[in-house]
Design a protein around this ligand. Structure first.
Ligand code: MTE
Length: 320
């Protein structure tokens, strides 16, 4: 699959002062309130599928927040040719090679469990809803494994709130598509299928927790987790589950696929933490795609200012 290299329009480059004020804005948890000032999205009433309406909307002048900490964006080519998406195999080039087999249209999303408004919805109906249309924005952030990505999406909280979580909702569990006929990796037991991830409810409600539907002004490429994926900027990449079909709010802590696979190596939280080593390697340094050297890994991937309070009082070497 080939993509043209994007040109970043001037309007996408966030001036420093604005960036600083947006950081403050996010710090105070106000991102969810951005709605009021934002333009609606250009949905075509005749759009029969999510893709048509969404693509038109992504071309619009969306509000943008940069939390890339001054780092240059990774090119679209690098973002889409070096991936982890085990549904297509374990090789980094497998997703690029086989992702055309992922059928994303039609797509439906089930939201259930501890919510007053459960159901299964066509993705276009999920996205067309006014509260999400008003909150969609661009977020440039550092992916916790190698990239700086200009995502387009909306806060997961906006979707969850719409479905009215009950007071028993303590965790949110996510599941990816299960389709072994088209997803060759699922014909082998690489990991427990369907791929499953989970967050604590306060992590899920944090304004930096994004449901991404696009990047670089385009609908998400399949290998990046089309049509809808999670982005949790302060956690290791594996928490950012791709191609989500089910979101359930639950009372008991769920077991994500990686934790089920190897509880000694993977913890529930997976917060980026240079002080806690993976049993088989140090996590103190990392390499950004396109760079030759390694750099110091930052606590919470550099987003401590925004998220450290979620873990106040917890021993993060125990709750890794
Ligand atoms: N989601 C699903 N459904 N399947 C996967 O194999 N891999 C995870 C995460 N989400 C994965 C997934 C891992 S290990 C990483 S590092 C990131 O996706 C990679 O995202 P990227 O390919 O967009 O960089």
């Amino acid at each position: 699959m080939r993509y043209r290299y994007p040109r970043i329009p001037e309007s996408e480059v966030t001036p420093r002062a604005l960036f600083e004020s947006r950081r403050r804005f996010l710090r105070h948890g106000a991102a969810l309130g951005m709605a009021a000032a934002l333009p609606g999205l250009a949905w075509s009433p005749s759009a029969s599928a999510w893709r048509d309406g969404l693509q038109a909307s992504l071309a619009a002048d969306l509000p943008s927040v940069s939390l890339a900490n001054g780092e240059p964006l990774t090119s679209l080519r690098d973002i889409t040719t070096y991936n982890n998406f085990y549904e297509f195999g374990t090789g980094k080039r497998d997703p690029e090679t086989f992702a055309h087999r992922l059928v994303t249209d039609p797509w439906s999303l089930t939201i259930e469990g501890e919510v007053d408004k459960a159901g299964t919805f066509a993705l276009e109906d999920v996205l067309k809803h006014q509260d999400l249309e008003e909150r969609i924005y661009r977020l440039r952030c550092v992916e916790a494994w190698s990239k700086v990505v200009p995502w387009i999406g909306f806060p997961l909280a906006a979707l969850l709130k719409r479905h009215e979580p009950t007071s028993r909702a303590r965790y949110v569990v996510f599941e990816s598509i299960h389709d072994p006929d088209n997803l060759r990796g699922q014909r082998r037991s690489i990991i427990e299928w369907p791929y499953r991830e989970a967050l604590r409810i306060d992590e899920a409600m944090h304004p930096l927790t994004l449901l991404a539907v696009g990047l670089y002004g385009e609908v998400l490429p399949n290998q990046s987790g089309a049509p809808i994926r999670l982005v949790v900027p302060w956690k290791y990449g594996f928490k950012s589950i791709k191609s989500i079909v089910r979101i359930a709010l639950v009372e008991e802590r769920p077991t994500p696929s990686w934790v089920a696979q190897n509880p000694a190596e993977y913890g529930f939280y997976a917060n980026v933490n240079p002080q806690v080593d993976h049993p088989r390697w140090s996590q103190a340094r990392e390499r950004r795609i396109g760079e030759s050297g390694r750099r110091q890994t930052l606590m919470f991937n550099g987003y401590g200012e925004q998220v450290a309070s979620l873990y106040a009082g917890m021993d993060l070497s125990e709750h890794y």
